[in-house]
Design a protein around this ligand. Structure first.
Ligand SMILES: [Zn+2]
Length: 285
């Protein structure tokens, strides 16, 4: 019996020390979760602060979220204004060992637009920052992280090539979106995005702005406008009634719907789906 108890204590201690060694990484929202998951496999405990089913621009942290961050080893967030609450959380954290990474600062993006994950070239830089951060904390698994990183990097490069090839064969270069999420994407691929709303989906257009959008639709002979999963379709519907344009989805990939969670949809899947709808709207030949 004594022997059994001693063995149990040993097993428990070992399990505990293993559990403690697994880095506890908190990221702010879905794309960073997906990117990190692809690099870490299962060697870290990974949590997304913002639930996948929530639109992140207006999310606010509660006391439990503060605890999650302060008990983590690494906190990675997007930056560039997506998480205006991040500074306050970081200041209030007592854990001096917490490694904080503002991705937008690490990859030195210019401009205020936070939607850096929609530009695959910037995603490549994001992946490197995530990989280096994990290795910096857990160098024993360097080879493992490097290997996963290279596999996923190739997939992102392939996506970039696919977008370029597709856009090159599209007749139209102007597209109308819901909120201003695709500026970086548009700039990367030589397109023009006309957003109906601002950087955050909260800001609705004034009647004058709406008239401007309708004018653009007529001028460029736009036949389709885009909506997205987490915001009401109301404005798009009224533009559609006014101009006869059809409505398609262009997903800013800020979260996952319940259906997507069940089907295991990820960043790459959603980007490819976006490309399919862009093909229709931009008249792929
Ligand atoms: Zn957004």
């Amino acid at each position: 019996m004594k022997k059994f108890i001693l063995t149990m204590i040993l097993v428990l201690t070992l399990t505990q020390s293993f559990a403690q060694e697994k880095p506890d990484v908190v990221v702010s929202f879905f794309p960073l979760y997906d990117f990190t998951r692809n690099i870490d496999g299962d060697r870290i405990d990974l949590t997304s602060l913002i639930p996948f089913s929530v639109e992140p621009h207006d999310w606010e942290p509660g006391p439990r979220d503060m605890v999650k961050v302060s008990s983590a080893d690494i906190f990675i967030y997007n930056g560039a204004g997506l998480e205006p609450w991040a500074d306050d959380i970081i200041k209030s954290v007592r854990n001096k060992k917490l490694k904080v990474v503002d991705i937008s600062k690490s990859i030195r993006v210019t401009g205020e637009d936070p939607h850096i994950w929609l530009d695959p070239i910037l995603v490549k830089s994001q992946l490197k920052v995530i990989k280096d951060t994990l290795i910096g904390y857990d160098s024993e698994n360097r080879t493992y992280y490097d290997k996963n990183y290279n596999v996923y990097l190739k997939k992102i490069e392939e996506l970039d090539r696919e977008i370029r090839k597709t856009i090159a064969r599209c007749k139209k270069k102007v597209f109308v979106t819901s909120h201003d999420a695709f500026s970086r994407f548009a700039e990367r691929y030589g397109l023009t995005q006309v957003p109906v709303m601002g950087i955050s989906p909260e800001s609705e257009p004034s009647p004058r702005e709406l008239a401007g959008i309708i004018e653009t639709i007529k001028r460029y002979d736009v036949r389709y406008i885009f909506t997205e999963p987490f915001i009401p379709i109301k404005i798009a519907e009224s533009i559609s009634r006014e101009t006869g344009v059809k409505i398609l989805v262009l997903d800013p990939i800020e979260g996952l719907t319940e259906e997507e969670m069940k089907s295991g949809a990820d960043y790459l899947f959603k980007m490819k789906k976006n490309l399919e709808n862009l093909k229709i709207a931009l008249e792929y030949e």
